[in-house]
Write a new protein. Structure first.
Length: 314
């Protein structure tokens, strides 16, 4: 009898239905091995720990809970997104949101692509979907990502908001994962301090190394908030953050401009999580590895949007 398990490691949740000794994939990032004899010996309703060899390090212990019970019903960790009150199913809504955040498309262009598939919706409906579900999908993706690195790159770039210059502050780790963004009207020391405080509150820690450009606003903020952290201020060392602005620049040109700082903050916060999820480092992969990685990422996307359950390894 197959039993469904829930495994929670560093806020990453997967479902596992065991028939034999299988490699288990944690959101496409780590692999472990669970012995069939262990959970068969303990029986249903068992709560304990299991050694994940080669997962998060040698000898890592993770919580392992049997959710099947005596009846053997598969109780998984379903999506938390609710579509109550919406006429269209999750497949249509998630596909429309994916099109808008993944490609530089306008709402009317997404409407046209859906029409080509026989789905009649207005561009205003697509806008409401993206406004309603975009932040929820982005938050779910962020919760399932591994812990960020200990080397943070901070940078700021100007954007046009209703014709007025605003500054987009961005923080990424050494792997290029976006940690946080903030749209502000200034780039002085007060703005830098506000962004750093928001970043530390969100990450619940401080980095090992802080890398910035030559902007002098970072100095006072660093001395006040991260005095014990090493600060490297050099323009050539901050290419990681500079390259992270490129997708935003492409999207800004396609959208012409943002209408308000609030809407820009809301869109870019979701865009910075959804778009990179479908942009792996293609130049560092073979064709087969790229297809396998994208298959895993699409499976995770379907899981968090409630389209399907997260598939298990076989």
């Amino acid at each position: 009898r197959s039993r469904c398990y829930s495994l929670d490691v560093s806020s990453m949740i997967i479902n596992y239905t065991g028939e034999r000794t299988d490699p288990v994939k944690l959101d496409g990032h780590f692999r472990g091995e669970i012995a069939r004899e262990q959970w068969e010996r303990e029986g249903p309703g068992w709560r304990g720990t299991v050694n994940l060899r080669g997962c998060l390090g040698s000898g890592t212990i993770a919580r392992f809970v049997d959710l099947a019970g005596e009846g053997g019903a598969a109780v998984g960790t379903g999506a938390t997104v609710s579509y109550k009150g919406f006429r269209f199913p999750a497949e249509v809504i998630s596909h429309a949101v994916w099109l808008y955040f993944r490609f530089p498309l306008a709402f009317r262009e997404v409407e046209e692509l859906l029409l080509a598939r026989g789905i009649i919706v207005s561009h205003e409906t697509v806008r409401q979907w993206c406004d309603r579900f975009g932040p929820e999908y982005a938050a779910a993706l962020r919760r399932r990502r591994p812990r960020a690195g200990d080397k943070w790159h901070l940078d700021e770039v100007f954007i046009k908001v209703n014709g007025v210059r605003q500054y987009l502050w961005r923080a990424v780790d050494q792997d290029g994962h976006v940690l946080d963004i903030l749209v502000q009207s200034r780039r002085d020391a007060k703005a830098a301090k506000r962004f750093m405080a928001k970043l530390m509150k969100k990450q619940c820690r401080v980095p090992r190394v802080l890398v910035t450009d030559k902007c002098r606003s970072y100095g006072p903020a660093h001395r006040e908030l991260m005095r014990s952290v090493e600060h490297r201020s050099h323009r050539g060392l901050n290419n990681r953050a500079e390259n992270s602005h490129q997708p935003t620049r492409q999207r800004e040109r396609a959208m012409k401009y943002f209408r308000s700082p609030r809407s820009a903050q809301k869109f870019l916060a979701a865009f910075s999580q959804i778009s990179p999820h479908f942009r792996p480092r293609r130049h560092m992969m073979t064709a087969s590895a790229y297809r396998a990685e994208m298959t895993t990422r699409f499976a995770l996307w379907d899981h968090i949007t409630g389209v399907t359950a997260l598939p298990t390894a076989s």
